[in-house]
Design a protein around this ligand. Structure first.
Ligand code: CP3
Length: 359
């Protein structure tokens, strides 16, 4: 892997998000959307007919092309590298398949018996292709907007790895938390180690922001405060501390966003973990968020389904949200990923509504 510094890339032209995070005032409110390179775009759907999901992820040229699709089409203020949180389980030796209209399916889920078989040695190195995709995309972006790298959080990945895919109850993985606590912590530690190395790889490759998704099928929602404190918080904190130390050593400035879906009960704790931005899901009102988090920089939180509303409706929902958060310390996003049946027109209106807000 080549170690890159800021100087190797074209200068950044749109730094709205980075300005907000630094406490400076941007010219317009920044916005990007989770899953912005996805199936709601006809161009992406056409592309997917030619290439399988993981083929795109694993081929830097293809991942780059898809990452740029929403940037060419819309006025977003950030790009997010096209990949998936499940590339880490793959690097640890699990076989993940993306099944149409089902989602990810893991052929060899983790069990108490096979936990020691995980291929931990050099796991992050096997994700070098993501680093290559990031470097290529950062060059092709030519400084238009910053590039976000990401990883799934330990508990979210553990959930998928044990359940073998999505789950209604997460009872198999939660069983580990109550009945096999030692093994649960062993797996969470393995994942945390790989996540840290993988995020650093992304930073060295050119990622300008990082987001941690503690959100697999609303995974944090399947926990409560007791479980969050024991099985999420320490690992999320270690990730923030160790990745930030490394970023400082590299003399770079790469802010970190934590998006823990379904866990309002822990917002105050999330604030204490060391992340620069707290992602907010759509189920809590902006006003309540401000009461809990004060002037913390937050990201969110329009209900994705608000994009089904009429153009006037979308604008009204955006205004309402911004009234609740206030215009300061805010990066606008949806409160979860955009759905495949949403329209590009709705996205355009959403972006325009946000960019039209008077600061
Ligand atoms: O946001 C982006 O545009 C960047 C790319 C991105 C994808 N997945 C692409 C994707 C990101 C950041 C993710 C993260 C991710 N992956 C999460 C966390 C966010 C969340 O939604 O809570 C999770 C849980 C996954 C795992 C995953 N990947 C699931 C559950 C599914 C199936 C559900 C679905 O939306 O289809 C995927 C597939 C997936 N990941 C698609 C895309 C564009 C669609 C698959 C396809 O093209 O066939």
């Amino acid at each position: 892997m080549t170690d890159l510094t800021k100087q190797d890339f074209p200068p950044l032209k749109n730094d709205r998000i980075l300005k907000v995070i630094k406490g400076e005032e941007p010219d317009k409110l920044p916005i990007w959307v989770m899953r912005q390179a996805g199936r709601y775009m006809p161009k992406f759907r056409e592309f997917r007919k030619l290439h399988s999901f993981f083929e795109i992820c694993q081929t830097p040229e293809l991942a780059c092309e898809v990452t740029l699709m929403p940037i060419e089409r819309f006025d977003f203020d950030a790009a997010i590298i096209f990949s998936d949180i499940l590339v880490i389980p793959q690097a640890l030796g699990l076989e993940v398949e993306m099944k149409e209209s089902v989602g990810p399916v893991i052929k060899n889920p983790v069990t108490i018996e096979n936990l020691n078989d995980l291929n931990t040695e050099g796991a992050a190195d096997r994700l070098n292709y993501v680093g290559e995709a990031i470097t290529l995309t950062r060059k092709r972006l030519n400084g238009k907007v910053p590039l976000i790298g990401f990883a799934g959080a330990p508990w979210t990945l553990m959930g998928y790895m044990i359940e073998g895919g999505g789950s209604k109850t997460y009872s198999k993985s939660k069983k580990w938390l109550y009945a096999h606590e030692t093994e649960a912590h062993r797996l969470l530690k393995i994942l945390t180690d790989v996540i840290i190395d993988y995020l650093i790889l992304q930073v060295k490759s050119g990622a300008q922001l990082l987001q941690i998704f503690e959100s697999t099928n609303r995974n944090a929602e399947y926990l409560n405060e007791y479980l969050f404190d024991r099985f999420c918080q320490p690992y999320l904190q270690r990730i923030a501390i160790e990745v930030k130390n490394k970023i400082a050593e590299l003399k770079l400035d790469v802010p970190m966003i934590l998006f823990a879906k379904g866990s309002h009960y822990s917002l105050e704790k999330q604030k204490s973990l060391g992340y620069d931005v707290i992602g907010i899901d759509w189920t809590i009102s902006p006003k309540t968020v401000r009461q809990i988090l004060g002037d913390q920089v937050v990201q969110g939180n329009l209900d994705p389904c608000a994009l089904y509303a009429s153009p006037e409706g979308i604008r009204a929902h955006v205004d309402e949200m911004i009234k609740g958060f206030g215009t300061g310390n805010l990066v606008v996003n949806l409160g979860h990923g955009i759905y495949p049946d949403m329209s590009e027109e709705a996205v355009e209106i959403f972006i325009d509504a946000v960019h039209s807000v008077k600061l």
